[in-house]
Design a protein around this ligand. Structure first.
Ligand code: NI
Length: 212
């Protein structure tokens, strides 16, 4: 039989479309899951050719209200984290880890700027950030900007984020986001990253090997 009746053809097409849809879902799920858990696609080693896979140019406003770009951070290494100040647990915990890492690094920490990018610029104004970042380290820089600027920065660092569940009745909401600490060199190039839950002692030991 080479002739297929119209209804059969239609259902065959539907089947093919469903198959593609399921495949697409699976792929999207893998990408989201892997980014969220901090596994692939981010490589564990710096690219040999010097090609930036993570990081790059950005524009933002710091917690003092000053307009900045990646150029303002050159000349120092950086420990970079993306999160939001309303985060109940993960973000403050990881920022404490960065602060503790800086303390453990002693004199070497002077070569490093801790940087906190918000993925919730709607609520995280420079004023809110200026009340928040000094709790974790006296030189921590908070960065915010327009939604587009922060989405671009998060994209450059392969950070996943999305508006999450609502809280309370006052229009509050949580943010879903990946939780990784990045070590960038003094030219803003990616050196390494640390998954959620890595203790400060381990991060400090790794940073000490990479920061001369
Ligand atoms: Ni968080």
């Amino acid at each position: 039989m080479t002739i297929t009746s119209a209804p059969e053809k239609k259902s065959a097409l539907k089947f093919a479309a469903l198959g593609l849809f399921v495949l697409g879902l699976g792929l999207a799920g893998w990408v989201v899951t892997s980014v969220y858990t901090g596994k692939a696609p981010v490589a564990g080693k710096a690219p040999m050719a010097g090609q930036a896979l993570v990081g790059g140019p950005f524009t933002a406003v710091d917690h003092t209200g000053r307009a900045v770009t990646e150029a303002d951070f050159k000349g120092r290494y950086s420990l970079v984290y993306f999160g939001y100040t309303f985060c109940p647990d993960v973000c403050p915990g990881e920022l404490q880890v960065i602060g503790a890492t800086m303390d453990l690094l002693g004199k070497r920490a002077e070569k490093i700027t801790p940087i906190f990018f918000t993925i919730d610029p709607e609520r995280d104004t420079p004023e809110i950030l200026s009340d928040y970042v000094p709790h974790f380290h006296e030189r921590m820089v908070g960065l915010t900007g327009t939604s587009e600027q922060m989405a671009a920065a998060a994209g450059a660092y392969r950070v996943y984020f999305a508006k999450g569940e609502r809280t309370g009745g006052s229009g509050g909401y949580l943010m879903d986001h990946s939780s990784l600490i990045y070590l960038m060199d003094d030219e803003g190039r990616y050196l390494s990253h640390f998954n959620y839950g890595t203790p400060p002692e381990s991060i400090a030991a790794a940073v000490a090997k990479l920061v001369p």
